[in-house]
Design a binder for this molecule. Structure first.
Ligand SMILES: *[C@@H]1O[C@H](CO)[C@@H](O)[C@H](O)[C@H]1NC(C)=O
Ligand SMILES: *[C@@H]1O[C@H](CO)[C@@H](O)[C@H](O)[C@H]1NC(C)=O
Length: 235
């Protein structure tokens, strides 16, 4: 949901001795010796086999309080989700902050706000239009106790225009929801491709400038910072 740079909870991926002793691992001849827990669970022959690999009761718990825990609990950071078909994220958005416009390629996302108020902007797909034929943008203000849907593949971004931290829990309909951040992905293309895509007259210098300002504060967020007496840049 929110794009937060973070390292995954690597401790959850490390192999415990009991896991290495699981019978499934001895079966295949050419299998690498250091399979991640997620890989072992993916290779397991059945759900019962997965229970035997997840031998600790705590394997079924994800702890966002752990140092370095990813906001995204999914099949990679929380291996017990392998085969579950769901993932979940918890995130806190500082006052006057926003997430970069992104999509989740493999999951619908339901964001429940547990504290504060968030504005969700969602841009569906080609053909979803307003009465006058322009591209539809779905805008919703959701506050504590409300949830908003960002359908699989739809572009979306969340803004916190409030002076307080916003907190949300996002449920995903895949254990491998994935994320594509639109602006950096677009600007990863070669300059001449970008220039053609944006239209004639956009120089390489301008493209470089755009690359550098991606993620810079928007006007509305600066106004929010003024309103909230926030002096330092939050991005
Ligand atoms: C088309 O309709 C939308 C939503 O009603 C509106 O925001 C937009 O300004 C309109 N565009 C034009 C070109 O009239
Ligand atoms: C910001 O500062 C002004 C002037 O000191 C004050 O009147 C206002 O209440 C403050 N706003 C917030 C949200 O703290």
């Amino acid at each position: 949901m929110f794009v937060i740079t973070s390292s995954a909870a690597m401790t959850l991926l490390s192999l415990s001795a009991s896991v290495l002793a699981a019978p499934q691992l001895r079966a295949r001849q050419a299998a690498p010796t250091q399979l991640s827990l997620t890989a072992q669970l993916t290779l397991a022959g059945s759900a019962a086999d997965r229970y035997n690999i997840l031998s600790q009761d705590s394997d079924f718990v994800y702890d966002w309080n752990e140092a370095g825990a990813s906001p995204f609990a999914n099949r990679k950071t929380f291996p017990a989700l392998v085969g579950a078909g769901v993932a979940v994220a918890y995130a806190e958005m500082p006052a006057c902050s926003f997430s970069a416009i992104h999509i989740h390629p493999r999951a619908n996302e339901i964001v429940t706000i547990v504290d504060g108020r968030i504005t969700d902007y969602m841009i569906p797909e080609l053909g979803a239009v307003n009465a006058n034929g322009s591209t539809r943008v779905v805008v919703n203000e959701v506050s504590s106790g409300m949830a908003v849907l960002n359908p699989q593949g739809a572009l979306h971004t969340l803004y916190n225009y409030e002076c307080e931290t916003g907190k949300g829990v996002a449920a995903f309909s895949s254990d491998d929801e994935g994320i594509t951040v639109i602006a950096p992905s677009l600007f990863a293309a070669p300059d001449d491709i970008i220039s053609e895509q944006l239209g004639a007259g956009v120089s390489n210098d301008q493209i470089d400038t755009l690359r550098m300002v991606i993620r810079a504060n928007s006007l509305r967020v600066q106004e929010c910072q003024k309103k909230c007496n926030i002096t330092t840049s939050r991005h």
